[in-house]
Design a protein around this ligand. Sequence first.
Ligand SMILES: NC(=O)N[C@@H](CC(=O)O)C(=O)O
Ligand SMILES: [Zn+2]
Ligand SMILES: [Zn+2]
Length: 343
Amino acid sequence: METQSLTIRRPDDWHLHLRDGDMLAAVAPYSARQFARAIIMPNLVPPVTTVAAASAYRERIRAAAGPGFEPLMTCYLTDEASPGELERGHAEGVWVAAKLYPAGATTNSASGVTDIRNIAPALERMQRIGMPLLVHGEVTDPAIDIFDREAVFIDRVLTGVLRDFPALKVVFEHITTADAAQFVAGGPKRLAATITPQHLHLSRNAIFAGGLRPHAYCLPVLKRERHRLAVRAAAVSGSPKFFLGTDSAPHLRAAKESGCGCAGIFNAPHALESYLSVFEEEGALERFEAFVSSNGALFYGLPLNEGTIRLERAAVTVPEQLPAAGSTLVPFHAGETLGWRLA
Ligand SMILES: NC(=O)N[C@@H](CC(=O)O)C(=O)O
Ligand SMILES: [Zn+2]
Ligand SMILES: [Zn+2]
């Protein structure tokens, strides 16, 4: 008989953009409704590079999300990243991890790292204190085709980081390729990956389906079908190295539907249901809970959440748009009907 409902430990989101100000106020409740904790991305303008900025941002998030949601803060690494500041923020319980954006790789990455060698002292310190490195894993070399930038990052950067810092914990964020899935699966235990719902549901054809579809544009860009299938297989494999990280990345409608549209998909409103439909299609419902509620916490060395949530079978139509910051956001799956609902 078909499963009608699923009760699981409260899940966490290991990769989330909440932005700030009016946008933060509009989007935080969607995540807080589903997740107990989230790793908060630091790519604000200006980026979150100091303990004081992270601590103040954490308070703004708590206020916007309400009780029962714990923001886990990250430090944005720049060429000038200070080992002392990283260690202090980690020791004070403000920073859980630090994020590497190769300069120019994605939204608000202009202050990112221009050469991995520049952050060697920071990585050395993080390795020593057990602070994970989170990576946007794409090279920025304009000579490299955009669809190959993740695979080339493995060879040009990630392999060297893992070799030179043999105890550093690394999360390869939002993986999109068979190359990345295979690299993580075959790598050491201290290497893991987050997976977004869009990279499980869509191949790059979605960007061009009947016309140009800005709401299917994110970075790393969607890849060809064989990569989507490999990422799906990794997600439902039961391996503890893969876990939920939505990469929900809100940009107002006008910023997406533009002559130079922003990269990012706002998937927070129905994230869990979206992942669940993938696990159901793959016949892997029994592996859903580990992917969404325990693999990430175990990797980070954090306690598992107390309490449970329930998902039930029901047809839910995702709105075409949602209000935010005096304008609108178009959510992932807009206008589609999903088969599950968070009770
Ligand atoms: N994923 C995206 O397409 N965009 C993210 C940045 C990122 O995670 O790379 C954003 O901040 O908008
Ligand atoms: Zn990224
Ligand atoms: Zn992101």
